[in-house]
Structures are given as structure tokens and as C-alpha cells.
Ligand binder design. Structure first.
Ligand code: NAD
Ligand code: ZN
Length: 358
């Protein structure tokens, strides 16, 4: 079983534990000194029936007190109203500064639990137990927390690092295929922006990945966590390199919003990566063969959507309301080559339209 240290300024701030069961959860949580702390396990309606009881049973003998909070699954509930209900549960149970939140679920649970932990009494500890592929390779790492507000995604939030990320790869067995493939959008992205060898490995193991082969899954999640962990460690507050993780997200977020979240996040990111690759090729950075290769790889995991259904003009206009917008220019991530990305602020509306119309 693997461990990855996440450091800031050379000092370890937390560990990612990669496991294939929940058996070692309490060993991993030992350092948290639970006998003196209350714990609130935050989860949602799809995850609770499958995993809540097991987690509750493991933690409750070790902690001062354990309570749970479960909300209705779905991005639509990633909002302040749910956060208020978490606060109420904490207040009702007299949670104070030394107590702990546990996020059990996908990115929606993780982002909200993290935000509640960041703001309750000006900040209490929390840990992540991610149960989707997207959460295991992406959202549970790096300390970005928050909720959607009005129609804006992640508009309100805080940086707040977890004390531990405990990944049980076996929890992915119950994940619906569409959600699993959605997570592959971020996985392929990791290869494209940082590691051509990893990208090639994904292509070479696509069958095992689709079959969720235990060994391959572990290697894949480990490699993606190393990439994501490395980036956020070098640039925790997104002043530079961390922006590369937004590859595929400028157009992806716009499409996600226009489709009113009927297309999953990773699906939109997959489409956005392919469009960004086309723009990169239009500038002579990568070849048309690279673009075809990239499209084929995403398609293996059903990460292509009929973008033709959406008006290109609307997409272009929507990118302008993205909070990654700086001055008059949208912040874009392009590829110099497969495995190497760069930040660019000069992508024109015409280039975006051209890619969307292809
Ligand atoms: P999600 O949390 O909605 O989970 C996807 C679906 O899978 C839900 O229906 C959920 O109930 C279900 N589910 C979760 N675990 C399951 C399991 N083990 N078995 C069966 N069903 C399960 O979505 P997600 O894709 O995990 O995360 C998307 C969210 O993450 C978005 O809100 C996005 O903004 C956020 N995000 C945050 C960051 C970050 O850095 N904080 C990064 C990327 C994405
Ligand atoms: Zn993403």
C-alpha cells in the first residue's frame, strides 16, 4: 500500500494513503488523536447506503462521539443552504475547534465538507475519504473547497487542506460506469499536461482500465495523485503552475454551464481538452495526428459529446463570465506537445469558434 506526502515549503502537511479496503482507516487516523474529539461524517444519499455504516462502525469506538450528516446527492445541492444545515448539525452537537469532519463521497461531498470545515469557527480539521474516481485523483487533493452560487460554479470557497486523504480503490466498484468514465477525463488530462509516458500507459491499458482491473486501477490512481499532488505542492494557491490543471476547463466549464449540468464534469473537461488540443494544433504546437490520437483516447471512455448541439457563439460568450478570466483575456491552457502544457492569454474568440465548429 502506497503513501504520498504532500508538502508545502518542504514541510509535510498531509498524506495520501492508497488502500484497497477500509481496513487500515483507523491506523491511518491514529495520529488524529480521536479519543478527545467529536467527529461528524458528512456524506450523501447515494453513498450513505453503501459505505456509511462501515465507516461509522470503524470510527465510533475510537472517537469521543460520532454524528453523521447526509444530504441529497447531486451538484444541485452543492450550495450554501446545505452548508447551513451542516453548521446546524455541528452546533446542535456542540462541535468546537478541536473537532473533526470526515468527507465520505465524491467531489460534491468533499468540496462542501472542506468548505464547512474551513469556515466553522474559522476553521476546523477535516479528512477526505473520496469514493469517485474524480475525487480520488483530483478533487480530494489540493485543498480547494467551496460551493456553487447563483449559476456560477465554485464561486464561493476557501483553500483549506485536509489532514488526510484516505483512498480505498475498492470503493470504485459500485460507481456507475458513466461516473467512472467521467473521472477518466481528469486522468487523461494529467497525462496530456505533465507526462507523455503516463498518457501512453493509459492508451496501452485501456482495456484493463475499462474493466477496473484492481492492479491497473491502483497504478493509475497512484500516478495521477503524484501528478496532482506534485503540482499543488509546488503552487498551492494557483499563482502559476497549478493553472495547468485547468487544461480543458475553460471551454469545458462553459459547456457544462450551457448544458445545465446534464453532462458530467469530466465529460465536459474531456470535450474541452479535445478543443484545446485543436487550438494548439491550429497554432502549430502539436500535429493533426496528435489531435486525432487525443480524440481517439477520450472516445475510448465515451468522452465525446455532440458539441454541435451547442451554439459556438454561446460557448464563447460564456467563457467570458468564467472567473479564470483576467482583464479582457480568457486564461487558456494549451499544449506544446503531449505531456507539456503552457498558459496562454492570447486565444481569440475566432480560434475558439473555429475549434467548436470543426
Ligand atoms: P459527485 O460527488 O456528484 O459524485 C458523482 C456521483 O457518484 C453522484 O451521484 C454520487 O452520489 C455517486 N457516488 C459517489 N461515490 C459512489 C460510489 N462509490 N458508488 C456509487 N455511487 C457513488 O461528483 P464527482 O464527479 O465526484 O465530483 C464533481 C465535483 O467535484 C464538482 O462539484 C466539481 O466542481 C468538484 N471538483 C472539485 C475539485 C477541487 O479541486 N476541489 C476538482 C475537480 C472537481
Ligand atoms: Zn476538473
Amino acid at each position: 500500500n502506497h503513501k504520498i506526502d504532500i508538502k508545502t515549503d518542504g514541510k509535510k502537511i498531509y498524506e495520501i494513503h492508497l488502500e484497497d479496503s477500509f481496513e487500515n482507516l483507523m491506523d491511518s487516523m491514529e495520529f488524529l488523536d480521536l479519543p478527545g474529539r467529536k467527529v461528524c461524517i458528512v456524506t450523501e444519499s447515494n453513498v450513505a447506503p453503501i459505505y456509511l455504516q462501515e465507516i461509522y462502525k470503524r470510527i465510533s469506538p475510537k472517537a469521543a462521539k460520532v454524528v453523521t450528516f447526509s444530504f441529497t446527492a447531486g451538484e444541485a445541492n452543492k450550495q450554501l443552504a446545505t452548508i447551513e444545515k451542516i453548521y446546524e448539525q455541528l452546533i446542535r452537537n456542540h462541535f468546537d475547534r478541536k473537532d473533526l469532519l470526515v468527507a465520505l463521497g465524491g467531489g460534491v461531498v468533499g468540496d462542501m465538507t472542506g468548505f464547512a470545515a474551513a469556515t466553522y469557527l474559522r476553521g476546523i480539521d477535516f479528512i477526505q475519504i473520496p469514493t469517485t474516481l474524480l475525487a480520488q485523483v483530483d478533487s480530494s487533493i489540493g485543498g480547494k473547497t467551496g460551493v456553487d452560487f447563483l449559476q456560477y460554479k465554485n464561486m464561493v470557497g476557501a483553500f483549506h487542506q485536509p489532514k488526510l486523504v484516505y483512498i480505498n480503490t475498492a470503493a470504485l466498484k459500485s460507481l456507475p460506469e458513466r461516473e467512472y468514465f467521467s473521472g477518466m477525463g481528469e486522468v487523461i488530462k494529467h497525462g496530456l499536461i505533465k507526462d507523455s509516458g503516463y498518457y501512453q500507459w493509459i492508451k496501452d491499458h485501456k482495456k484493463e482500465i475499462k474493466d477496473r482491473d484492481e492492479q491497473i486501477l491502483r497504478e493509475m490512481i497512484y500516478r495521477s495523485c503524484l501528478i496532482k499532488g506534485g503540482v499543488v505542492e509546488r503552487d498551492p494557491k494557483e499563482q502559476g503552475e497549478r493553472a495547468l490543471l485547468n487544461f480543458g476547463h475553460t471551454l469545458g466549464h462553459a459547456i457544462e454551464k450551457l448544458k445545465e449540468f446534464q453532462w458530467l464534469h469530466g465529460e465536459c473537461v474531456g470535450v474541452g481538452c479535445q478543443l484545446a488540443a485543436m487550438i494548439s494544433a491550429g497554432r502549430g504546437e502539436i500535429s493533426q495526428d496528435d489531435v486525432k490520437d487525443i480524440k481517439d483516447t477520450f472516445k475510448e471512455f465515451d468522452l465525446w459529446k455532440p458539441v454541435g448541439e451547442i451554439d459556438p457563439e454561446e460557448v464563447v460568450q460564456t467563457t467570458k463570465s468564467d472567473k479564470k478570466m483576467e482583464g479582457n483575456h480568457v486564461k487558456f491552457i494549451l499544449l506544446h506537445q503531449i505531456g507539456e502544457a503552457f498558459i496562454d492569454r492570447s486565444v481569440t474568440e475566432e480560434e475558439m469558434r473555429h475549434a467548436l465548429e470543426q
